[in-house]
Design a protein around this ligand. Structure first.
Ligand code: F6P
Length: 330
């Protein structure tokens, strides 16, 4: 392994820069050259490649986003796009690639690497935490903290005006961000795609809580919830609640993806970046490096993309107990 390429792809996540820094510096330590591929697979196709060294990644460990840029590439799904990408990698004599991204990124990498015989090592970078083979994805912890800070602020105004707020958070088809942020912010309702939503039950709980003197409430809704996003859910709940609560909706949107990475994400990103270079050096290919029970673990791409990380559903029940302390039997 003499020269490796590195790119960030899919939705950016805080900590991607810290990871890039770790890869570049670990490689340099082993006298392996590094080429940065701009805008993910798009830059690979366009030949948008830049040499990187320890100096080019200085001062970025604390910065959100990704200095390489990111994209979701449609062209890379075509035969032509892949061929062009291969040509560009070969022209630069790149003999291994590190991909930082989510499952879409690893799907592309698997197909490409099987066709053209270039080893790829993946590092999970997405705020959604939906990757199998790691307890945490890079960016998830920061996004969680951003969401909790936002909900705390919403809580202030909700209680000042006796309002019921529906707060929609990202996560695509996964409810990790909704569950953990809801738990940490003491939400009265948490709606996640992994569990069938019970609108009637939610209305009942909110009514009971109001009777007990709770004048404001927060319901955290995952964007992928089966009842729809926060807007749809608010409409449905309004039908059941009538005028007893003034309802407001807040969709947090892309602010959840930005900001300086948390300490946790910087350490995770550094460990996985370091591990990815070790993996390429030892001849591994088509594997994702993740952190399981605090240890670096390697998972083949096809296993990582076929499976999903399971949500701890017991935490949803626990959040309900803590929000309402309501036991039908007493
Ligand atoms: O995968 C990260 C993520 O932020 C998801 O939570 C969200 O559904 C999606 O990306 C949004 O993608 P885009 O920025 O392309 O709209």
């Amino acid at each position: 392994m003499k020269k490796i390429g590195i790119f960030t792809s899919g939705g950016d996540a805080p900590g991607m820069n810290a990871c890039l820094r770790a890869v570049v510096r670990s490689a340099q330590f082993h006298k392996i050259k590094v080429v940065g591929i701009k805008r993910g697979y798009e830059g690979m196709i366009d030949g948008d490649l830049i040499p990187l060294n320890d100096r080019s990644v200085s001062g970025i460990i604390h910065r959100g986003g990704t200095i390489l840029g990111s994209a979701r590439s449609k062209r890379f799904r075509t035969e032509e796009g892949m061929k062009q990408a291969y040509k560009n990698l070969k022209a630069k004599k790149i003999d291994g690639v590190v991909a930082i991204g989510g499952d879409g990124t690893f799907r592309g990498a698997t197909e490409f690497s099987n066709k053209f015989n270039i080893p790829f090592i993946g590092i999970p970078g997405t705020i959604d935490n939906d990757m199998y083979g790691t307890d945490y994805t890079i960016g998830y912890d920061t996004a969680l903290n951003t969401i909790v800070e936002a909900i705390d602020k919403i809580r202030d105004t909700a209680s000042a005006h006796d309002r019921l707020f529906f707060v929609e958070v990202m996560g695509r088809d996964a409810g990790f961000l909704a569950l953990l942020s809801g738990l940490a912010s003491g939400a009265e309702g948490i709606m996640v795609p992994e569990l069938q939503s019970d609108v009637k039950g939610l209305v009942k709980n909110l009514k009971k809580a109001q009777k007990k003197g709770k004048n404001s409430s927060i319901v955290v809704v995952a964007e992928g919830d089966d009842e729809g996003g926060a807007m749809e859910l608010a409409e449905k709940v309004k039908v059941g609640l009538g005028d007893s609560f003034e309802i407001k909706v807040s969709i947090l949107g892309h602010l959840q993806r930005g900001g300086n990475p948390s300490c946790f994400d910087r350490v995770l990103a550094s460990r996985l970046g370091f591990a990815a270079v070790e993996a390429l050096k030892s001849g591994k290919s088509n594997e994702m490096v993740g952190l399981v029970n605090q240890k670096v673990k390697h998972t083949p791409f096809n296993k990582a993309v076929k499976n999903t990380n399971k949500l701890n559903k017991e935490l949803v029940e626990m959040a309900q107990v803590l929000a309402f302390c309501d036991n039908e039997n007493n």
